[in-house]
Write a new protein. Sequence first.
Length: 194
Amino acid sequence: MGVPSLTEWPPWNTAGTPFTRRSGSAFGDWAVRKQSIPTGKVPILMVDGRPLAQSLAIARYLAKEVGLVPKDNLEAAFGDALADTIAEMMAAFYKNKMSSVTEDEKERKFNEEINPNIIRPLLGDLNKHLADRSWYSSGQMSWVDLMIAVEFGGLRKSYPKLLDDFPKVAGHVDKVMALPSISAWVKRRPDTFL
């Protein structure tokens, strides 16, 4: 899925806020439309006719709008730090996944470099962090809990044993995925390779 999907995997859906997802042909002539969008890339969030670009900026904005940011600024910053770290991890994963090398080489690089040097250390730290708490920060769900579920749940879809050594992370992903609004969305979303 990756960070762009976090903007679709709605923090706002947990609050029941309606939204409309548009993709592909919904933008009309993309070459023309692209010129009016900051950075010329998607995803974007239209708010009162103004386009907001960048996945993490969108997720943070929406989380603030629906109260999924810790009230304590330091706790919020720790969550932001984890979100940025997960985004960096996923960038390494996608760079490999989308590269032009053979599938065997992609799998070798994942197994020998990305998983042991990037993903597993992060999972180990996160597993320890979640050992004595229900949510990542402040005793209540935040947008970062959604990001944990989006990214590690997506990776687990491609690599079913990925979370086997990290039961707290696996349980956390399952707990978020079981939330009624998230569960309903997962059942109707488009299928992706993650």
